[in-house]
Design a protein around this ligand. Sequence first.
Ligand SMILES: Nc1ncnc2c1ncn2[C@@H]1O[C@H](COP(=O)(O)OP(=O)(O)O)[C@@H](O)[C@H]1O
Ligand SMILES: [Mg+2]
Length: 375
Amino acid sequence: MIVGIVGGGQLARMMHAASIGLGVRVKLLAEGPEVSAAQVVHDVVVGDYTDPATVTEFAADVDVLTFDHEHVPTSILTDLEGRGVVVRPGPAALVHAQDKAVMRERLASHGAHVPVNEVVATPEALGAFGDRVGWPIIAKTSRGGYDGKGVWKINGPEHCQVPFEGLRDGIRIVAEEYVDFVRELSALVVRGATGEAVAYPVSESVQTDGICVETTTPAPGLTRDQTETCQRLALDIAAELGVVGVLAVELMEHRDGHVIVNELAMRPHNTGHWTIDGAVTSQFENHLRAVLDLPLGDPRPRARWTVMRNILGGARDDLVGGLGGLHDPALRVQLYGKTVVSGRKVGHVTAYGDDLDDVRNRARRGAASFTGEDL
Ligand SMILES: Nc1ncnc2c1ncn2[C@@H]1O[C@H](COP(=O)(O)OP(=O)(O)O)[C@@H](O)[C@H]1O
Ligand SMILES: [Mg+2]
């Protein structure tokens, strides 16, 4: 069995780690010879994932094609499926994780709560949207964004040209009402091709400048009813869209307790990194199991609380050297082999246990020892 993964980031690297235990081979289409996953995968093709010929040739001898990111043009994937390549998640599902305008429209028709939104063609139309729904507003590129790149909070009409500067062809601007949420949640589920599905506990996630910095699982204070609502919502979306693999539904929790869908990801997700050490089966293993038509693994947590803290590039360049300064033997560490750039995701740590304050403090202290920041 060969799983072809497009994209050589940390998600592919951690999928590769899971593939080792399953005895499954991974072939990688990487952006360069030294990217995170290319450092560890044996069978690597370096090439451009936006080039149809490159992706087609790469996919020729894999049993299933899956992804580290959602940026492969949908048309290439539709074409591959037409040639008989097994693409999971398939393009008809994946487009809802690729294009935020398509996703908003589809989810609204499905009855999910989404922010008031509109595709706008000009700065004037964006301004008119803000005048109508009230300032501030959010503007996003429909495609190509990640880690908050491609998302702007717009405080008034005078800033409305910003999202349109340097806008690439085929990318639209989605205007959204600014949701004054109390916190962000993530409902992570995995669905197999036959419809079998499992739901992980719901996580609380903290985003700073659009980048996930910390997750706590289960989300503190979330009632059983709220948890089931979030899990049911994610399972329904996965079934409705025909997702195969991981689906992460990013949610915003409103003051009155109801949840609003932010966006979808159809690949292992940062809010599921805690599962490597904190769940019986990791999201990476379950993603592989799903795309390979294998029975899914148990998603239950191993401990009462699990906190994952991202390591964002900071003062220290030598991350592996930082392991020497770590004095918490129960802390779990994943370093991605990436060059340290300020604010870039270069690793994460996970702590788990019975006492939430203690678990959170250990995760924060552990991450800080790699970034050089003082707590
Ligand atoms: N409509 C909104 N109202 C308030 N905050 C938002 C809204 N949309 C996005 N955000 C904030 O911006 C972050 C990044 O937006 P998102 O659409 O998830 O982009 P990305 O693709 O970069 O993850 C979200 O996690 C949330 O913190
Ligand atoms: Mg997001």
